[in-house]
Design a protein around this ligand. Structure first.
Ligand code: GDP
Length: 454
């Protein structure tokens, strides 16, 4: 409790520049046990403690907001799951591939005390093919005596190995300094071209009908080719014309490609989802109405909320829905999706094409909300009225007051409230509900941050 560092937000985004530019992305790749997690924690430091009002934030995260020397970036940890010995090559290759798609800069971590293994060399070949800056961290160099181990990694051909100790912090600052010098100001991956085609991610667990939807939308039945080693890769994004307008569907290669990892498939899927979200402005989460809403579906929705992207829910396979299942579905929606009642819902059939035309208006609504800006005067009038009608409850003889509020950013709408004390989470939710009642915001998450004045 106390001070939230989000005042910076308002300072960074003065009037006239209201959306958050896409942060550049640093992805960390490496074999299990080389110390990726330790390095991630070291880079994040205590920054993780930022309070954000995002409901249902996921447990197993893959991407984090980080900051170094005053510059913000997204840190993606591709190694959140550790395969057994047999699966390592496939797993690390899959992680490297996602990192290459997603990142502006890749940090490859090797255990200096083990040296370069065949797996490491395999990953290096993959990384070399990508035209992206790659840095080599030689980890576990806890003191100078181990530095020759780091130097031995010149043999990988990735240039200078930077000796670091993720555990003790040794060398990490120097490494981050050189990385930052290569990091673009704004992500080149998630280009925010104003006026360009809007970027859509189709998300969902396997077999809900993502590729069917994509094919139907594209107006052609494409064959899903198995990704064989050595075959050329699909372009990652596709431009598809819908309702007379061109849209960019991001990371379609991830949808079309069937990855069959014996284990770690869930983690790989999360990674793909995070990668697609990083590039997208709006997500269509596809659900299969013939099956109960699962924890995997909910996790995907959580990832969208956490990413701050706009959200549309597509209930697919409507052609297979019978009356009994329909009753269950309604109950499940009430129980499991009560936190996203604001998301537009379309009931579709990717097979028959039913109601696919409703997707575009839903996307447009969600994106309009995502872009919405409420002028400061109006927002404060809204707050004054709200507080007059429903003052904050008195707690222990004190009643926090809202001094002032402003919308610091759009994409998604992000509000900052300046208060004399910590507002109850319930009261913050109430403010969000009222915001939706008054302004709509259909299809976008809303973030309300607080800045407590002592
Ligand atoms: P993905 O893994 O999410 O890309 O799912 P696919 O598009 O491969 O679809 C999985 C299976 O569901 C395939 O057999 C599809 O033919 C089928 N399917 C997808 N959409 C529909 C639909 O709207 N109705 C019916 N009946 N089947 C569908």
């Amino acid at each position: 409790e106390g001070d939230y560092d989000l005042l910076e937000l308002t300072e960074d985004f003065p009037d006239g520049q209201f959306f958050l530019p896409a942060l550049p992305v640093l992805a960390i790749v490496g074999r299990p046990n080389v110390g990726k997690s330790a390095l991630v924690n070291r880079i994040l430091g205590r920054r993780e403690a930022v309070v954000e009002d995002v409901p249902g934030v996921t447990r197993d995260r893959v991407s984090y907001k980080a900051e170094w020397a005053g510059r913000r970036f997204t840190l993606v940890d591709t190694g959140g799951w550790e395969p057994d010995a047999r699966g390592i090559d496939a797993a690390v290759a899959a992680q490297a591939e996602v990192a290459i798609d997603l990142a502006d800069v890749v940090l490859f971590v090797v255990d200096a005390n083990v040296g370069a293994t065949a797996t490491d060399e395999h990953v290096v070949r993959l990384l070399r093919r990508a035209k992206k800056p790659v840095f080599l961290a030689a980890n576990k160099v806890d003191d100078t005596r181990q530095e020759p181990n780091a130097a031995a990694l010149w043999s990988l051909g990735l240039g200078e190995p930077y000796p670091v100790s993720a555990l003790h912090g040794r060398g990490v600052a120097d490494l981050l300094d050189v990385i930052m010098a290569k990091m673009p100001e704004v992500s080149a991956v998630a280009k925010q071209e104003v006026g360009g085609p809007r970027r859509v991610a189709i998300l969902g667990r396997p077999n809900v009908g993502k590729s069917s939807l994509l094919n139907k939308a594209a107006g052609e039945e494409r064959v899903v080719v198995n990704e064989l080693a050595g075959t050329t890769r699909d372009p990652v994004d596709e431009q598809i014309e819908l309702a007379g307008k061109v849209w960019t569907f991001v990371d379609t290669a991830g949808i079309r490609k069937r990855v069959h990892l014996q284990q770690g498939a869930d983690f790989y899927a999360s990674l793909r989802t995070a990668a697609a979200l990083e590039k997208a402005e709006v997500a269509v989460v596809v659900l299969d109405v013939t099956e109960p809403i699962s924890t995997q579906d909910l996790r995907i929705i959580d990832l969208v909320l956490e990413s701050g992207r706009a959200l549309v829910l597509a209930f697919n396979k409507w052609d297979l829905l019978d009356d009994e299942r329909r009753r269950y579905l309604e109950r499940e929606i009430e129980q499991d999706l009560h936190h996203v009642t604001w998301a537009p819902r379309v009931n579709i059939s990717a097979r028959t094409g039913r109601h696919l035309e409703k997707l575009v208006p839903a996307l447009e609504t969600a994106l309009d909300s995502w872009d919405t800006r409420i002028p400061t005067g109006k927002f404060n009038a809204f707050l004054t009225e709200l507080v007059a009608a429903h003052p904050h409850p008195v707690r222990g003889g004190k009643q926090p007051r809202i001094l002032f509020g402003t919308q610091a950013a759009t994409r998604p709408p992000t509000f900052v409230l300046f208060t004399t004390g910590f507002l109850d989470p319930g009261y913050r939710r109430f403010i969000q509900r009222r915001l939706r009642e008054v302004y709509g915001f259909q299809g976008t998450p809303i973030i309300t941050n607080m800045r407590v004045r002592e």
